[in-house]
Ligand binder design. Sequence first.
Ligand SMILES: Cc1cc2nc3c(=O)[nH]c(=O)nc-3n(C[C@H](O)[C@H](O)[C@H](O)COP(=O)(O)OP(=O)(O)OC[C@H]3O[C@@H](n4cnc5c(N)ncnc54)[C@H](O)[C@@H]3O)c2cc1C
Length: 282
Amino acid sequence: MKGLLLLLAKRYIAGAERKDAIDAARGLNSQGILATIDHLGENIRNETGAEESVREYISLLAEIKEARVSATVSMKLTHLGLDISEDLAFRNAETIIKKASECANFVWLDMEGSPYTQRTIELFLKLRAKYTNVGIAIQSYLLRSAGDIKRLIECNASVRLVKGAYKEPPEIAFKDKNDVDRNFELLMKELLSRGAMPAIATHDERLIGEAVKLVKERNIPAGRFEFQMLLGIKRKLQTKLAAEGYRMRVYIPYGKDWLPYTMRRLRERKENIYFVVRNIFD
Ligand SMILES: Cc1cc2nc3c(=O)[nH]c(=O)nc-3n(C[C@H](O)[C@H](O)[C@H](O)COP(=O)(O)OP(=O)(O)OC[C@H]3O[C@@H](n4cnc5c(N)ncnc54)[C@H](O)[C@@H]3O)c2cc1C
């Protein structure tokens, strides 16, 4: 089973080492595509693990600069110790954001499952009050997201809009995919009209079409927002949007802790589940 998942992971993950991610970013940059690099890892339960994660991000930022690749970084607060304490996660995130600032780089905070939503937003706002080079992901499947986006737009914060990749209860999340998509469209239009450098992070061609239509109608310059997609998904569309002059950024995960990320990619596409099940019973 793990072997099968590893096979699937190869589509979505650059490799185990920093160098693999830098090479992937270089390849994308040569096609006019920007990158954001994520060191895989989440729910670290001891301070040493969180410190290791900080060291990895510091080295990553230095190598991005040295290699002169166009890549921001993306990280999860539970990889920096949020399960241990909010203070620890704040301090660790701040160390990375400071380093990014010295390197003229930018940090995206990923959004994790709903037990972390409020804390992630609060820590983000504390960080954003001190640093301008940090943005945050918001999930359109959560009922609360319209309110969060309003607040984030008021703070001039950069928001990466995603549909959401975790299993959430019906009390707090839209369950019907059509509702998730409808909310994405609503929030996307709000961000494109009033947001500061938003990222429209989806592979959904209908929603991307709607975004393109809106920016053309309203004459929103291509430099005022960006599209984002995941490594290994809709590669032709990535190249097409970049060739049309849109800012296109690809999220590149690397590292040894590949299983939770791969499981999320597995769940969101039924063909992936068929692939695993078929191979188990073959
Ligand atoms: C840059 C980026 C950052 C993200 N950060 C976060 C985050 O911080 N927190 C979070 O909860 N989620 C995050 N996500 C994941 C996101 O929430 C969705 O789970 C994921 O993007 C799939 O949704 P979709 O918008 O592509 O739409 P969907 O309707 O799910 O997919 C649209 C189409 O894309 C293709 N597709 C989608 N998923 C796959 C797949 N796994 N394999 C192959 N093809 C696929 C299919 O053709 C599908 O029909 C991120 C996504 C992106 C692009």
